[in-house]
Design a protein around this ligand. Structure first.
Ligand code: S3P
Length: 430
């Protein structure tokens, strides 16, 4: 098992950098390119293992992909869709499994989807239930709750469905299935989750409209070929933004990053905590605003995170806990029980590991309370097989006295393979 030792940041950090392509947008760009008339040129895709999982699965269905420097040229499968002759291995990626299941429900042939030990524990009933309502032939282990999943493509019907949880993966699964269904698909979300699928479909000419929290999708005969340059991942940027904020005198600028408002709640919450953050939109791509973020070392204060902000900051809650440990007063996160079914139980893993560093954190059923500011002290901590935990602990190590030994590393490569190269503090592999 590998480990990385992180030391405290001794001087203010100044940097201007880029982060790799957005994971959520990369999955969707790959899948829609595969479904398109093709070929498509996709630039700056995430190089993370999760996006690789999606590509690996698509190749088993007849998609051909060729690298051309930083670009990927992808053929649409058009008439070449083929029934995969192996299990589709989604690795650690919930997005690959849930979105591909939606696509496959309407494709001819039989597919089996599986993944690593963490993915095989994550809830899949939330996608199988609505797909079954659409007429899909899908099965999962333990009464349709868990992967491996078996999908036998068939004709689907549009449905009206109220999502029980605000989940972009569930929403996107149904929308992608709805593209091939007979009739309109109407979805109602309890709260708005990230809307990349809607933006991309609309950009590609699919009829999809939103009124308040209700989406209406018309089936699409074809998806036209497209080219795109994937914006940088704002969720990866969050680690570097936080590193600058909690290190007095530091300043970081991150360019060419996605600034979709359904993904930037974290930046808004930090601003409410007193963070000096500015964003500037410079262009749009696939209907997504793209621009830069500047963050300066700041004095933070604790806040009550409104539950309405949780879906927009869901992936940033572990790193928010790190920022909160350096903020004056209590930061309260509630209504975030979805964190329990992420790559790790992120409520438990975040609380357990930050406590080892001396943070004062209470574990709540549906969130956590962090009491700050606390001077952290280096200790041995664990990643819980979770990329966002590895990166959050690394950032905590920047302000901890002494050495922080992060054990079971290697997970950052899921979403941010160059994380350690961008990391401002001293670190070494053990
Ligand atoms: C994602 C949606 C979120 C997020 C995940 C990526 C997506 O999950 O946590 O990292 O690309 O749609 P949920 O939609 O299940 O909350």
């Amino acid at each position: 098992m590998s480990a990385i030792q992180v030391g405290p940041l001794r001087e203010p950090w100044e940097s201007r950098l880029l982060v790799p392509g957005d994971k959520s947008i990369s999955h969707r760009a790959l899948m829609l390119a595969a479904m398109s008339d093709g070929p498509c040129r996709l630039s700056d895709l995430s190089q993370g293992k999760d996006a690789e999982s999606t590509l690996r699965c698509l190749k088993l269905m007849g998609v051909s992909a060729r690298r051309d420097r930083a670009d990927l040229l992808l053929s649409g499968w058009g008439n070449r869709w083929q029934e995969p002759d192996r299990v589709l291995d989604c690795g650690n990626s919930g997005t690959s499994m849930r979105l591909l299941t939606g696509i496959l429900a309407g494709c001819p042939g039989l597919c089996v989807l599986s993944g690593d030990a963490s993915l095989r524990k994550r809830p899949m009933g939330r996608v199988l239930e609505p797909l079954l309502e659409m007429g899909a032939r899908v099965r999962g282990r333990q009464g349709n709750r868990l992967a491996p999943l078996v999908v036998e493509g068939t004709e689907l019907q549009g449905i009206y469905h109220q999502l029980k949880v605000a989940s972009a993966q569930v929403k996107s699964c149904i929308l992608l299935a709805g593209l091939k269904a007979g009739g309109t698909t109407v979805l109602e979300e309890p709260q708005q989750s990230r809307d990349h699928t809607e933006r991309m479909l609309s950009h590609l000419g699919v009829r999809i409209t939103r009124d308040e929290n209700r989406l209406h999708l018309s089936p699409a005969e074809r998806i036209p070929a497209f080219d795109c340059r994937v914006p940088g991942d704002v969720s990866s940027a969050a680690f570097l933004v936080t590193a600058a904020l909690i290190s007095p005198g530091s300043r970081v600028i991150i360019d060419e990053v996605g600034l979709n408002p359904t993904r930037t709640a974290y930046l808004d919450l930090l601003r409410q905590m007193g963070a000096r953050i500015t964003t500037r939109v410079t262009r749009t791509e696939l209907g997504e605003p793209v621009g830069s973020i500047e963050a300066l070392g700041s004095e933070l204060v604790g806040i009550n995170v409104p539950e309405s902000e949780i879906p927009g900051a869901i992936d940033e809650l572990p790193i928010l806990a790190v920022a909160a440990s350096q903020a004056k007063g209590t930061t309260l996160v509630r209504g975030a029980s979805e964190l329990r079914v992420k790559e790790s139980d992120r409520i438990h893993s975040t609380v357990t590991e930050l406590r080892k560093l001396g943070a004062e954190v209470d574990e709540l059923e549906d969130g956590f309370a962090v009491h700050g500011p606390t001077p952290l002290k280096g200790a041995a901590v664990e990643c819980h097989h979770d990329h966002r935990l590895e990166m959050s602990l690394a950032v905590a190590g920047l302000v901890a006295r002494g050495k922080t030994r992060i054990q079971g590393t290697g997970w950052a490569a899921i979403s941010f393979p160059s994380f350690w190269q961008s990391f401002p503090g001293p670190w070494q592999e053990l």
